[in-house]
Design a binder for this molecule. Structure first.
Ligand SMILES: [Zn+2]
Length: 363
């Protein structure tokens, strides 16, 4: 979920980028990719939501996928939150958690995503009474099944829902660091929710504990606030990548720091427009990031909720950065590079990207 946002933004006027040449879209569709910033519940497509709604007929969420497309057409940000929470309400049992996770992996695999770090907010589920050990078993079971059946590797980022305060921070840290609970696929620790009125430094003790337990730091920062929040994330939370980091473009010194230390930005262009973090795609600072030498990765955030998917985000990036096939392959390589995969895993996906691109250009 994105950060705190102004109230009246229409959320439906962005969608599939019509400007990318057809051939480039076909190239993107087959390009092996890594996805580093995508939320668990926020990835529930109408197909998945209809399955969950059918399991819980008392919910007001429609079960017909056609009706769900209308249901997912947001009139304003308050409506978006309402719909998001109604989907959260469908995740009631460990079996719901497993179904959601496994089906999200299927949607990723269809886009040739070979590796994804999925941001999960376990606090939302444990607070609702789902048994914590059963929750961990459900995501791990889905992870193993997805890798075996779809060939897509999933890893987890457990994030603190910032709006839920330090109680949520404590609970998330406990779930992420308790050896009896911590799932095998967990690689990183994040912080989401609103940034305005939720200063990053207060989360330092929780990030310290997570980092001491071997997790990597990947907070959201600078999505709806200025570059000082990104500095806070770097200084206090020891961020290794930044979720969004949009406002970094306002600070040359920060851009230079990100570039020098290879701190990648997880850029989610359509999300930034949908939430009004950026006014229009043409005004998106992604060009400033690449010009400054920052490692840019392309991601989808809450794709069905923003009427997008990872392939469409690559198409948007191709237009904004004027990329051809090689440029897109480099962009896909950036995400592999900035991922928390081991060296052999990175090399395998990079080789696959190279082979795909050479084959495409030769044909
Ligand atoms: Zn996010």
């Amino acid at each position: 979920m994105p950060g705190a946002l102004p109230g009246e933004a229409p959320l439906t006027d962005h969608l599939v980028d019509p400007h990318t040449p057809r051939g480039l879209n076909a190239f993107i569709a087959g390009l092996p990719k890594a996805e580093l910033h995508v939320h668990h519940v926020g990835s529930a497509s109408p197909r998945i939501v209809s399955e969950l709604a059918a399991r819980h007929p008392d919910s007001k969420v429609p079960t017909d996928p056609g009706a769900l497309v209308d249901y997912f057409t947001f009139t304003d940000f308050a409506h978006f939150i309402e719909v998001y929470l109604s989907v959260v309400d469908l995740i009631r049992t460990p079996e719901d958690v497993r179904l959601l996770t496994y089906e999200v992996a299927r949607d990723l695999a269809r886009q040739q995503v070979r590796y994804a770090e999925l941001t999960i907010t376990p606090f939302s589920s444990t607070r609702r009474g789902i048994d914590e050990a059963a929750f961990m078993d459900a995501i791990e079971d889905a992870r193993k099944a997805a890798e075996a059946e779809f060939g897509t590797m999933l890893r987890w980022c457990f994030d603190i829902p910032g709006e839920a305060g330090l109680e949520a921070a404590e609970e998330t840290t406990r779930l992420a660091t308790d050896d009896r609970l911590r799932p095998e696929g967990l690689v990183s620790f994040g912080l989401g929710g609103p940034e305005v009125g939720v200063p990053r430094p207060q989360f330092k003790p929780y990030f310290d504990r997570a980092i001491a337990a071997g997790l990597r730091s990947v907070p959201h920062a600078g999505e709806t606030t200025g570059p000082e929040t990104v500095w806070d994330a770097l200084t206090h939370l020891r961020a290794e990548r930044i979720g969004h980091g949009t406002s970094s473009a306002q600070d040359e010194k920060l851009l230079a720091h990100l570039a020098e230390h290879r701190v990648a930005l997880e850029v989610c262009p359509t999300s930034n427009i949908a939430t009004r973090a950026v006014r229009t795609l043409d005004e998106h600072p992604i060009k400033e990031f690449t010009r400054a030498g920052v490692l840019v990765t392309i991601n989808s955030d809450d794709p069905p909720m923003f009427g997008t998917d990872l392939n469409n985000e690559y198409a948007v990036a191709a237009r904004l950065l004027d990329l051809d096939e090689r440029g897109l392959a480099d962009l896909a390589g950036n995400a592999v590079e900035a991922s928390f995969l081991d060296a052999a895993g990175k090399a395998r996906i990079k080789d696959e990207i190279d082979a795909y691109t050479s084959g495409w250009l030769a044909s």
